[in-house]
Design a protein around this ligand. Structure first.
Ligand SMILES: *Cc1c(COP(=O)(O)O)cnc(C)c1O
Length: 428
């Protein structure tokens, strides 16, 4: 395929936008080459600026679970836009979407809307600190909770020592309050809790990790986390920005039957507009301003267009009792197809899958945490990525990302994808 116009547009963008993009992964640094510029999208397909049609497995990194430009969502936004796009005053639709979200998700009484997943996670941690009166946070290596300072921390000299920032601009003062644990390693969590008795406000986790490929929690791991939290007055935060309204109506809490204290949302809940949210039981949510002392605010929070898109999206999900089964079946079909063709072509691989999240890793060992995810052969991934792009299949331009299956994908699209993977596998 030819990417002449995309390359030209990227060169223009680079002059006025750092790296030519407004979010780093879009720049293709992980795979080389220049990014594809999208012109429009409909259903399962992207149409780029060079006139190519691509089958999309990113779907805006998750939100478009029903496919692009889904009519009920588009209609809801258009209708709202004609009535004014922002007021900074309460609107009825905010209550409507809140009521629906609270009815779909277990263990939450109240929900506060913000503008991104980053804001949701950042605010959830502030709330946890304000509620518990403690400062420290445990996060897991390889889990992404947005780009706020507390989360940009890596292991440094070892998981049991204080974190060191992995971005300039994050202070040591902030870093010292973030402790880093290994995903799926409950003993590691217990060590950190032991070493920081009565200092830990919360443990934040992606209940299915989706930002280092797709990594399911090991059997019993989430329950063990719940138990550690209960025994030590620590709040358990499920970052369901990716899994919320994707793995089931009630997200990962429902799928694994584990209660979180605070839940963060983003992506699907905004129907493709900039939305995040965090939610909890009354006792905790009532600590937020204006009811309580923990401050959090937003000029465009609860924006009517965003709420209209989100409400249309989650209403569709709520009304369709088959959707999550359908998505899982499609994902399983794709999984089996990929496994078959990669095996036949002797490509060493591991595939992880939960619901409509799936990832392909070019290593034979089990992928259970950041360390094992990082073992994948990146040269193979790059060739795989560009090979698929050339065949009209768009996967994330990074080996550490999940593929998202949408309801708009047909079995024919999946077959075309599997054939493309077969063709590419012969060249790896
Ligand atoms: C995408 C994501 C975020 C950040 O959301 P933004 O809207 O990009 O700020 C946070 N947590 C998880 C699990 C995510 O996947």
């Amino acid at each position: 395929m030819i990417y002449k116009r995309s390359s030209a547009l990227f060169a223009e963008a680079e002059k006025v936008i750092p790296g030519g993009v407004n979010s780093p992964v879009r720049a293709f640094k992980g795979v080389g080459g220049t990014p594809v510029f999208v012109k429009e999208a409909k259903g399962a397909y992207l149409y780029d600026e060079d006139g190519n049609r691509l089958i999309d497995y990113i779907n805006s990194w998750g939100p478009m679970i029903l496919g692009h430009a889904h009519k009920p969502v588009v209609d809801a936004v258009v209708e709202k836009a004609q009535k004014g796009t922002s007021f900074g005053m309460p609107t009825e639709i905010e209550t409507k979407i809140a009521e629906l979200a609270v009815s779909m998700v277990p263990n939450i009484d109240k929900i506060r809307f913000v503008n991104s997943g980053t804001e949701a996670c950042m605010s959830a941690v502030r709330l946890a600190r304000g509620f518990t009166g403690k400062d420290k946070v445990i996060k897991f290596a390889g889990c992404y909770h947005g780009h706020s300072d507390s989360f940009l921390i890596q292991a440094g000299s070892g998981a049991s020592t204080f974190g060191t920032p992995n971005s300039p601009g994050v202070t040591q003062g902030t870093a010292k309050d973030t402790l880093l644990a290994r995903y799926n390693d409950i003993d590691n969590v217990k060590e950190l809790v032991e070493a920081n008795k009565n200092e830990i406000a919360c443990i934040i986790i992606e209940p299915v990790a989706g930002n280092m490929g797709c990594i399911p929690p090991k059997e019993g791991f989430l329950q063990a986390l719940r138990d550690v939290c209960d025994a030590n007055d620590i709040l358990l935060i499920f970052d369901e920005v990716m899994t919320g309204f994707r793995l089931s109506k009630g997200g990962a809490q429902e799928l694994f039957n584990i209660k979180a204290d605070i839940v963060c949302f983003g992506k699907v809940i905004g129907g493709g507009l900039p939305v995040g949210a965090f939610a909890s039981r009354n006792e905790i949510m009532n600590h937020l301003a204006p009811l309580g002392p923990v401050y959090q605010a937003g000029t465009l929070s609860g924006n009517p267009l965003a709420m209209a898109a989100g409400l249309a999206m989650i209403t569709e999900l709520d009304n369709d009792d088959e959707i999550f089964t359908r998505l899982e079946e499609k994902t399983k079909y794709l999984h089996e197809g990929i496994r078959k063709v990669l095996t036949e072509n002797n490509v060493v691989h591991t595939i992880n899958r939960v619901g409509s999240m799936i990832s392909v890793h070019f290593d034979e060992g089990a992928v259970t945490d950041f360390e094992t995810a990082a073992k994948g052969n990146n040269d193979t991934f790059k060739a795989f990525f560009h090979g698929l792009l050339n065949e009209g299949v768009y996967i994330a331009p990074s080996a550490f990302e999940t593929w998202f299956i949408t309801d708009a994908l047909s079995y024919e699209d999946l077959d075309v994808t599997i054939e493309a993977i077969d063709k590419v596998a012969k060249t790896l």
